[in-house]
Design a protein around this ligand. Structure first.
Ligand code: GLN
Length: 281
């Protein structure tokens, strides 16, 4: 490495080793400036510390570590969320779940539950959208919840968090107008788990049994008795699971089961409603 590294020379030096867009994000973060600064000031010299941090990140990125874990954050629905290797990196597809919730409830629901909250991205975004709603978010991982709690605190969201294996720690009397989840849904043997960013993500947030549907089956069965009359359950799932998830939701007693595509046109969220006249179980 040369001593007099500038923004321009640092970016040039990692060309071919890591993606150009990734390089820009990492360098902007390493120097604590917005990406536009890099374009406007290629001649600015890096401090030794900035140079060191950037070089370390480039090496680790070249070995596959996700950009979000290196910089410790990822943007979701226009806000920056802290992430660590204890949580799944929020995906743009999941913003669709927030959009769907928003469209479904032009007036804020009174009680919302996010199952498997991870970084808290969904629950916190909904809590900021509906400040008067009681938003609860659970995760089985204490390490994930620590990240989610910090995100809620920093973003000023009021969310009730609980360490819970799905409903195990959700008070029995609670009923929800909306339950959302981006659960683990990848089949345990899926070769996709050994590729790209997901190799570094918590497998407990990704894999769910031989067909990837173990957790969705549990969530459907356990959610229905916790829905208020007329309430709905929305679940994010894999590109080829819409039919299976629809069948699971239908069998669990939900009505008007529907699937919505993500921005790439892939069937991504399936949901259903409890009859408005349903007696509370
Ligand atoms: N969409 C993720 C992936 O396959 C999986 C996320 C999940 O299991 N909830 O990369």
């Amino acid at each position: 490495m040369t001593n007099a590294e500038t923004i321009g020379s640092a970016l040039a030096a990692c060309r071919g080793r890591i993606d150009r867009v990734d390089a820009r994000i990492l360098l902007a973060e390493a120097i604590g400036r917005p990406g536009s600064y890099l374009v406007a000031h290629p001649e600015v010299a890096l401090t030794a510390e900035q140079q060191c941090r950037f070089a370390d990140w480039v090496t680790r990125r070249a070995q596959g570590e996700p950009v979000a874990y290196l910089v410790g954050s990822r943007e979701f629905y226009g806000r920056r969320f802290e992430v660590s290797s204890a949580v799944l990196i929020p995906r743009p597809e999941t913003e669709g779940l927030v959009e769907l919730a928003k469209e479904t409830f032009p007036n804020a629901p009174s009680a919302v539950l996010d199952l498997g909250t991870g970084s808290g991205a969904i629950a916190i975004t909904l809590a900021l959208l509906w400040p008067d709603a009681e938003v609860m978010a659970v995760d089985r991982s204490a390490d994930a919840l620590a990240v989610a709690r910090r995100n809620a605190h920093r973003l000023g969201a009021r969310v009730r968090f609980a360490e819970s294996d799905w409903f195990s720690a959700v008070p029995a009397e609670m009923r929800f107008d909306l339950i959302v989840s981006n659960p683990p849904y990848v089949a345990a043997g899926d070769p996709h788990l050994a590729e790209g960013d997901v190799r570094f993500e918590p497998v407990s947030a990704l894999a769910a049994g031989p067909d990837g549907l173990d957790d969705i089956r549990r969530i459907a069965a356990q959610s229905v008795p916790r829905l208020a009359p007329g309430a709905c359950l929305f679940i994010e799932h894999g590109y080829d699971q819409a039919e299976a998830v629809s069948a699971i939701l239908g069998r669990s007693g939900l009505k008007r089961v529907q699937t919505w595509p993500d921005l790439a046109g892939i069937p991504r969220i399936t949901g259903g409603w409890l009859d408005a006249s349903a007696d509370e179980a």
